[in-house]
Design a protein around this ligand. Structure first.
Ligand code: NDP
Ligand code: 2IT
Length: 449
């Protein structure tokens, strides 16, 4: 683990004390604070006025009860969260996650990461995140709708086009955003399109938003490879997960001429030496909502399904973890390095443990941190807000072109910042510092608020 600068160490100690029992939040904060020593060495004034302490403390944390009635008529209770982390650059912006593992610490880690990610996009958006410990798996459409309606019945009073703009994340896709938007509209009697992003195309959604996170991550990796005069064509790629980010990562990898050799879900992974058939994955996951094991059953020869195994044992040139936090451990990283991985691009938020990140960086593997590589999703959400505000609807080509430019700019900002701060090629440091400086500048200008 990298040391935290001695001037910043007490700030981290206070974060640990004040946020006990929240390991993912500690991990996310620690990684950013490790990068800031170089900033205050160069610009000591960034340590003034408790600026760093303020950045580590969410502006507002909302926790609420979500009661709903299941298909058997039983009353169920879940817990809802919205952490409005930082609004220096714009309204709070970030997804909502429905997964049984969701707790306050996880929502805070995601909101903290989101603040720097959103700053990196260059768009006017602050950072926030929300969710619930609701498990959508196996729930009927009616149950999902009633849950979303109950969740919004509390959340609506805290959000708004100029206040806080949620979107999707794990377990929240187009269907859920539709139900959430419907309930918001009913409760407020306002057609406030810009209050949520990731909407359907017929009611104010942006073209390319569904694809944006995955496509953006691939654009980032492509540009990172180019710094070593390498390209995606012909490369073996492993993409974990089989959800929104994973599917559109695979789609863009294929467009660049790469070969997908494995993908997964939380039950296991499937490898396919003939190249993953993305059409089949989409049918299984997006249409039928089945398990990835179904892929091997349907496709048959050449495929291999491993229940509960590690997808990172599959040899590849490029790894794109796109499922969840801490899914790539030190052991996984060693396996990837042993198999000569060239680049790792984080599609998910914080999928690599600190141990894994160190192993990749020490082995000279190109490593793209999530807050930079997966920023295309939220950037396109900001483009959706822009279209909603101007009552306009752009073509797919125009939107994707903006996305590609934004990803190129994020890559270059990270690379140039890393260089400027004496660590060329360290995208973790570059992303943390470039994101921090933008948020810190805005906070400084606004005084102690
Ligand atoms: P989805 O719900 O669409 O897909 C999630 C995928 O990851 C599923 O295949 C799921 O498997 C798997 N998964 C989820 N939790 C776990 C777990 N605890 N262990 C193993 N596998 C798991 O979510 P997204 O694709 O939207 O999100 C994936 C990641 O990308 C998350 O880290 C999210 O925060 C991040 N992200 C998402 C963005 C977006 O625009 N959607 C933008 C930027 C980042 P199963 O179905 O079995 O649960
Ligand atoms: O982690 C993320 O960036 C997201 N889940 C997308 C957030 C958004 O507001 O589009």
């Amino acid at each position: 683990m990298t040391q935290i600068d001695e001037k910043i160490e007490p700030i981290f100690a206070e974060v640990l004390r004040r946020n006990a029992g929240e390991p993912e939040f500690h991990q996310a904060v620690r990684e950013v604070l490790e990068s800031l020593g170089r900033v205050i060495a160069k610009h000591p004034d960034y340590a003034n006025d408790a600026l760093i302490e303020r950045i580590c403390e969410p502006e507002r944390q909302i926790i609420f009860r979500v009661p709903w009635v299941d298909d058997k008529g039983q009353v169920q209770i879940n817990r809802g969260f919205r952490v409005q982390f930082n609004s220096a650059l714009g309204p709070y912006k970030g997804g909502i996650r429905f997964h049984p593992s969701v707790n306050l610490g996880i929502v805070k880690f995601l909101g903290f990461e989101q603040t720097f990610k959103n700053a990196l996009t260059g768009m006017p958006i602050g950072g926030g995140k929300g969710g619930s410990d609701f498990d959508p798996r196996g729930r009927s459409d009616g149950e999902i709708m009633r849950f979303c309606q109950s969740f919004m019945t509390e959340l609506y009073r805290h959000i708004g086009e100029y206040t806080d703009v949620p979107a999707g994340d794990i377990g929240v896709g187009g269907r859920e955003i539709g139900y959430l938007f419907g309930q918001y509209k009913r409760l407020t009697n306002r057609y406030e399109a810009g209050v949520l992003t990731g909407k359907g195309l017929v009611y104010g959604g942006s073209r390319a938003r569904t694809e944006a996170t995955g496509y953006g991550a691939v654009y980032f990796v492509e540009r990172m490879l180019a710094t070593r005069k390498l390209e995606l064509a012909g490369k073996r790629v492993v993409v974990s997960g089989a959800g929104n980010v994973a599917i559109y990562t695979m789609e863009k990898i294929l467009a660049f001429g790469g070969k997908i050799v494995a993908c997964s879900d939380s039950s296991g992974y499937v490898s396919d030496e003939t190249g993953i058939d993305l059409g089949l994955v989409k049918e299984i996951k997006e249409v039928r909502r089945q398990r990835i094991s179904e892929y091997a059953r349907r496709k048959g020869t050449g495929t291999h399904y491993v229940e509960g195994g590690s997808i990172w044992d599959v040899p590849c040139d490029i790894a794109m973890p796109s499922a969840t936090q801490n899914e790539v451990t030190g052991k996984d990283a060693r396996a990837l390095v042993k198999n000569n991985v060239i680049a790792v691009g984080e599609g998910a938020n914080m999928p690599c443990t600190p141990d894994a990140v160190n192993i990749f960086q020490n082995a000279g593997v190109l490593f793209a941190p999530g807050k930079a590589a997966n920023a295309g999703g939220v950037a396109t959400s900001a483009l959706e807000m822009q279209q909603n505000a101007s009552r306009d609807s752009w073509t797919f080509a125009r939107t994707e072109e903006r996305l590609a430019t934004i990803m190129r700019d994020i890559h270059d900002a990270c690379a140039e910042t890393a260089e400027e701060y004496g660590a060329p090629g360290d995208y973790v440091l570059g992303a943390n510092i470039a994101g921090f400086v933008r948020v810190a500048e805005a906070m400084r200008a606004m005084g102690v608020v």
